[in-house]
Design a protein around this ligand. Sequence first.
Ligand code: HEC
Length: 146
Amino acid sequence: MRARASRAAAIMALALTTSVACRTGPPSQPGDPMLDAIRAEERQGDLSYVESQGKHLFLHYCATCHGDEARGDGQNASNLSPPPPDMTASKSILDATLLEKVITQGSAAVGRSPLSPPWGRSLSRQEIDYLVAYCQSLSRKKTQKP
Ligand code: HEC
């Protein structure tokens, strides 16, 4: 009786820890093959996972002005003065600190027009990092495709 009861308790404890562990979800390890597979699927072209996430956000939030390929030819670009620059040809995108500042606080924060809006309160830290990574990848694409 006692043995069975303690076995039942052990099973209960095990079930409890497993369910708690599942719910909180241990941080995924870099070597996780499942995660690698998901990440590989989400990767676009020659972009890394992080850059692809940034591109996804860029298409959603920024492309209306900046254009799908960040060339400054978004649907709304002709309404803007100054217009958004062709980021693939811009030296600013090499500077991660500047990018982060423009995205978080808006272009006015770096002494330009206020036309690029701030996203610091509506996008997460993580999303802004993804966007910075994507903007930086644009310089690489340019050197590969002349
Ligand atoms: C309402 C239109 C608009 C939206 C939306 C917008 N931008 Fe901009 N962005 C601009 C304009 C216009 C400029 C040029 C501002 C200037 O130089 O005064 C600019 C400039 C920039 C620059 C500086 C680029 C360079 O090469 O110097 C970065 C980086 C940038 N935007 C990032 C973003 C990101 C990332 C998003 C989306 C999260 C975004 N912008 C959304 C209009 C926009």
